[in-house]
Design a protein around this ligand. Structure first.
Ligand SMILES: NC(=O)c1ccc[n+]([C@@H]2O[C@H](COP(=O)([O-])OP(=O)(O)OC[C@H]3O[C@@H](n4cnc5c(N)ncnc54)[C@H](O)[C@@H]3O)[C@@H](O)[C@H]2O)c1
Length: 349
């Protein structure tokens, strides 16, 4: 399926995008990355890249092109000769970001539609879209300690009372999914939407909960501040598992059917922090819960019935994933620098 295939990864210099690129290259694909580096970084693509033009770098079968995918001529150009698109480019960040940047999140609708339209015109065979658990209604996730698992049927723009996405960011993702179903229906394009649940891992930034908790342990913050009550829970999912879901969806789904990519077990933020203290071998004397900060929904995890049937299930345990992420953070970051910029790092993508 992937050997010598021409694949475009939009937003391929991002946290998830760069891991996806690594996996696609290992599978033998010829990979092009289009990214404006607004939050993605060239350094996330850990190859000896050679600059061949003012906005282009290459290494063997990887080409990285810097540009804004909201610029139609750029998008048209990068889609030439592409067979498969993984569309990950988006303005996005953790709760702190999407809460305070609603207008930016709305622009994702323009970006998505432009990529899909130009892909169709360019004769692209398949598109796999990085959607989000934020397509699901917040009211299904409001009960602390809930054991409700979000099913794909809980977010569907064509079923009465089933479309009520979480903030502008979630609505934009739901509209992206809707468009991909339309492109399949009208043009027969093979499309899939992967609803990513709270990914974490190496190369992620501090606007996301696990990296924020690790960063605070790294600088030995004491009192140690946790956003919200600490009782909110999530199904944090290791990035390689997310990548396997994306590739699996692109291989197996053709009619725009959305699929969850996450775990069906959860940990509270307090439990995640404790696990991090344990792995790091340090514990603050005092923990405070800052209720003035956004904490998102109370409880979230994925029903994996559809994912298991079509693709498979996550393989990396919480402990193993946290350990890998801590090792990466501690070897790549500078303590004094993180300390001096932490407030900005937690809010800005
Ligand atoms: N991280 C998560 O837990 C999570 C959860 C759900 C969905 N997602 C989705 O997965 C994708 C990747 O997210 P991420 O967390 O890895 O990092 P991210 O949000 O930094 O990724 C977005 C990428 O798109 C690029 N980009 C943004 N606007 C662009 C434009 N106009 N033109 C070209 N490139 C542009 C950025 O530079 C970045 O590399 C996003 O679509 C995001 O919405 C992520």
């Amino acid at each position: 399926m992937w050997d010598s295939r021409n694949v475009l990864v939009t937003g391929g210099a991002s946290f998830i995008g760069s891991h996806l690129v690594d996996s696609l290259l290992k599978k033998g694909a010829v990979v092009k990355v289009a990214d404006d580096f607004s939050s993605g970084k060239l350094s996330n693509l850990e190859y000896p890249l050679k600059k061949v033009a003012s906005n282009t770098w290459t290494h063997n079968s990887l080409t990285v092109i810097q540009g804004d995918l909201k610029d139609k001529s750029f998008t048209k150009n990068v889609l030439k000769d592409v067979e498969v698109v993984f569309h990950l480019a988006a303005l996005h960040g953790g709760r702190g970001y999407i809460h305070t940047h609603p207008a930016q999140c709305c622009t994702n609708m323009i970006l998505d539609q432009l990529v899909f339209e130009e892909a169709q015109k360019a004769g692209v065979d398949r598109i796999c879209f990085a959607s989000s658990a934020c397509v699901y209604p917040a009211y299904l996730q409001e009960q602390t300690g809930s054991n409700y698992l979000l099913r794909e049927e809980d977010a569907d723009p064509f079923v009465r009372d089933k479309a009520f996405a979480d903030l502008e960011y979630g609505w934009a993702k739901l509209m992206g999914e809707m468009a991909l179903k339309a492109y399949h229906r009208q043009y027969g394009m093979k499309t899939s939407s992967v609803r990513i649940f709270t990914a974490y891992g190496p190369r992620e930034n501090e606007t996301h909960a696990i990296i924020a908790l690790i960063a605070k342990a790294f600088i030995r913050m004491d009192p140690y501040a946790i956003w919200g009550s600490g009782k909110q829970d999530r199904n944090f999912t290791y990035v390689q598992d997310i990548v396997d879901f994306l590739i699996g969806a692109a291989e197996k789904i053709e009619d725009g059917t959305p699929v969850n990519a996450g775990r069906d077990d959860r940990v509270t933020i307090d439990q995640a922090a404790e696990m991090i203290f344990d792995i790091v071998g340090w514990r603050p004397k005092k923990i405070i819960h800052d209720l003035s900060k956004p904490e998102g929904v109370a409880s979230r995890a994925a029903d994996l019935t559809r994912a298991r049937k079509i693709i498979g299930e996550p393989k990396v345990s919480y402990r193993e994933g946290f350990k890998k992420t801590i090792e990466w953070y501690f070897t790549h970051k500078n303590r004094e620098e993180v300390k001096s910029k932490l407030d900005t790092l937690l809010m800005e993508r």
